[in-house]
Design a protein around this ligand. Structure first.
Ligand SMILES: Cc1ncc(COP(=O)(O)O)c(C=O)c1O
Length: 418
């Protein structure tokens, strides 16, 4: 009987393309940037000692394993039921309180735990925000270039994504205004402007305060919500970035997405939405996943409250500043003739532009030298852009490897220009 039904099922389903049943998003989206798949990604090099500058992942040695272990043990031992039961739409209230208090200190805001929703990283935050506000064909304006993972997620919500160029001094307010006018003339509804104001992925740029103020005003006049992605905001090398969109606006018209991925560990899958009460009510209405792991919330609460997170972030700033400067020096010494280099003032990424060599060609020759990184065009919707750019992530490789980046890159350029 079991064999009978199996043969019937395999005959029916075997002849059928399940793609016919798939959603528009699944039908139309491309498979995405391989680096976004994390460790499962197969490196495009057979070099015995590859240097991978592709993914935005913290330095492996910095993960505070002892503190996390004691936080996890404390959660399970002292709160066995609470930490191992569905956490609900908001997440563990003491963790949200700890986050709200810390953000109030950093951002000079007046948040309480009810302004915080814990999520599966900032990616989880974004899905919640899109579910709450986006209808098919709504427009979302994004910076060009931007983080490819977010852009795909927005496209998955069936919104239309429209790019606005970002320069080293942020986006141009006049150009932004004109773009909005243009889109509105086509009778389209613009819901969001998605921005990474601090240590932008991929460019490393920081939006100046004047840009932030102009954008806030323009968005308010046009009832466009600003989605502020703060993934890298705390990781400045010397000076903190300007006040956040959220603090400048007291949260009016702004939803902020934050994450522990870049300051602690990506595998924690813990981030949070920060928003005014009226936004939170809408957001929690369309959250259906029963919350993310309460055990992780318990593990992080004492880490935040006892000051360990502050100390940890302080150490990350020093380490990443040093790592960035080692790599920049190596590239300047060896490849100064081949490219334009603007060192970032924080974050994870160095964005470069070759004078002559297209990055599509460069990444192949670099892979032969055991150097792995993405081309610039993966960060644009319009793939004809960024053809001479490429992005190097400097946080995960060792200092010794970073010293070698310029030497290997020089060899790659020489092969390209042979
Ligand atoms: C700008 C930006 N936002 C969000 C994310 C995703 O972060 P999370 O791990 O919190 O989902 C990344 C990851 O690279 C990123 O660069």
């Amino acid at each position: 009987m079991a064999l009978d039904i199996q043969s019937t099922l395999s005959q029916i389903w075997g002849k059928f393309s399940v793609e016919e049943l798939s959603s528009i998003a699944a039908k139309t989206l491309d498979p995405g940037n391989p680096t976004d798949a994390g460790k499962m990604w197969r490196l495009p090099t057979s070099h015995p000692n590859p240097i991978v500058l592709a993914s935005g992942i913290p330095d492996d040695d910095t993960i505070p394993t002892d503190e996390l272990i004691s936080g996890l043990i404390n959660g399970i031992k002292n709160f066995p039921v609470e930490s191992l039961t569905y956490g609900g739409w908001f997440g563990y209230d003491e963790c949200r309180k700890a986050i709200a208090n810390r953000q109030n200190r950093i951002e000079k805001t007046s948040l309480n735990e009810n302004n915080i929703i814990l999520h599966n990283g900032s990616s989880g935050c974004l899905e919640n925000i899109l579910n709450a506000f986006i209808e098919p064909n709504d427009v979302v304006i994004v910076e060009s270039p931007s983080y490819s993972g977010t852009v795909r997620c927005i496209q998955g919500s069936l919104a239309e994504v429209i790019e606005i160029p970002i320069q080293s001094d942020g986006i141009n307010a006049k150009e932004f205004k004109n773009l909005i006018e243009n889109i509105k003339q086509q009778n389209k509804k613009i819901k969001f402007f998605y921005t990474i104001p601090d240590y932008h992925n991929p460019t490393g740029n920081v939006a100046p305060i004047e840009t932030r103020e102009s954008i806030l005003r323009i968005c308010a006049e046009n009832k466009i919500l600003i989605i502020e992605d703060a993934a890298y905001s705390e990781l400045y090398f010397d000076e903190a970035p300007p006040p956040t969109y959220f603090s400048l606006s007291m949260g009016f018209g702004v939803i902020r997405m934050c994450s522990f991925s870049k300051v602690v560990a990506t595998g924690l899958r813990l981030g949070w939405i920060q928003a005014r009460d009226e936004y939170i009510q809408i957001l929690t209405k369309v959250r259906f996943d029963m919350g993310n792991s309460p055990l992780i919330h318990y593990a992080l609460t004492s880490f935040i409250n006892n000051g360990s997170l502050d100390l940890h972030v302080e150490n990350m700033r020093l380490l990443y500043k040093e790592k960035c400067s080692i790599m920049v020096n190596s590239i300047e010494e060896n490849c100064g003739n081949y490219l334009e280099i603007t060192p970032p003032k924080g974050g994870y990424f160095l964005w470069l532009k070759s004078h002559k060599v297209k990055s599509e060609v460069l990444i192949q020759k670099a892979a032969e030298e055991g150097l792995v990184f993405p081309t610039g065009s993966v960060f644009f919707l319009d793939k004809s852009q960024g053809q001479y750019n490429f992005r190097l992530a400097f946080t995960q490789p060792s200092k010794k490897q970073l010293q070698e980046v310029g030497i290997r890159l020089k060899k790659a350029y020489e092969r390209c220009l042979d």
